[in-house]
Design a protein around this ligand. Structure first.
Ligand SMILES: Nc1ncnc2c1ncn2[C@@H]1O[C@H](COP(=O)(O)OP(=O)(O)OP(=O)(O)O)[C@@H](O)[C@H]1O
Ligand SMILES: [Mg+2]
Length: 264
């Protein structure tokens, strides 16, 4: 499949976002959101996704990657090679930096050296999605430090809401900018006692995007093809695309004929 480059015509991109996808509670959908969002961003402009779930990262499965180099390789070779040349190409135009293959290799990684690599990638001036692990690790805090937008993934269950509140409280204590936080309610339609409105009220902010429980998202994870890649016209993919376009501050001109992507 050919890769896409920046759009042409009267479509303009106003912002190059660095997006940290976080949720202290595990299994809430961070990697599902990260992979779908990164592919949606890449439909507009070549983007990068970095798996900062260093011990058990699964972006590589979400995107069916077989990386030649991983995060630990980039850390090891940082002084000899430009990290930007060691990313793995996804067919959609997304460049992927996968987590180490095994937790022992990940254990060797320090946050300073990992973020030295991440910071070099940020200098490329491309949209970057940072997938993170559960908990509030130094890797997650480093991602939050660098983010121009934080996607806080929250389910409609009490533990998820409480974890989200604790993360926001931690960010407040660390004097981080809470205005950068967008609440994403995942499995928004699961009828388990809390509504989206309940979550919004408890977390103290409106949901900027809601994603329903849908088999296509789980199937996409299992097949290694996010919905934004396999079914770009589906309502869920459209929701991710609309949010990605919002992050890019994308404006589309009046003439749709010129609003197309260059294929290389
Ligand atoms: N809206 C959804 N509908 C259906 N399945 C979903 C949805 N969101 C996530 N899933 C599924 O739930 C599982 C956990 O999701 P995911 O791996 O994205 O969570 P995570 O927050 O990244 O987990 P971890 O904390 O382990 O990194 C996956 O199998 C995924 O496909
Ligand atoms: Mg994950």
């Amino acid at each position: 499949m050919p890769r896409r480059r920046n759009p042409v015509g009267d479509t303009t991109i106003g912002t190059i976002p660095v997006v940290a996808v976080v949720s202290p509670k595990g299994g809430n959908g961070k990697t599902t959101v990260s992979s779908n969002l990164a592919v949606a961003l890449s439909r507009r402009v070549d983007s990068i996704i970095v798996d900062l779930d260093v011990h058990f990262g699964d972006v590589e499965y979400a995107l069916r990657m077989q990386p030649t180099h991983r995060l630990d390789d980039l850390v090891d070779q940082r002084t000899h090679r430009d990290p930007g040349t060691m990313l793995s190409a996804h067919p959609t135009g997304l460049d992927v930096l996968c987590a180490p293959q095994d937790p022992v290799a990940a254990d060797r990684l320090g946050t300073e050296e990992v973020f030295a690599v991440v910071d070099q990638l940020l200098l490329l001036g491309r949209p970057v999605v940072l997938d993170t692990a559960g908990g509030i690790s130094d890797f997650s805090l480093g991602a939050l430090d660098r983010a121009t937008r934080v996607v806080l993934v929250c389910g409609t269950d009490v533990p998820s809401v409480q974890a989200a509140k604790k993360l926001l409280a931690t960010m407040r204590q660390l004097s981080m900018n809470l205005d950068l936080v967008d609440l994403l309610v995942n499995r928004s339609d699961s009828n388990v006692g809390l509504s989206v409105a309940d979550v919004e009220q408890a977390v103290g902010r409106p949901a900027v995007i809601t994603i329903p429980e849908h088999s296509s998202l789980a199937a996409g994870m299992n097949s290694g093809s996010p919905v934004t890649e396999s079914s770009p016209r589906s309502p869920i993919a459209a929701a991710f695309q609309a949010y990605a376009d919002q992050l890019l501050d994308l404006t589309v001109g009046a003439n749709p004929a010129t609003n197309r992507e260059v294929v290389r």
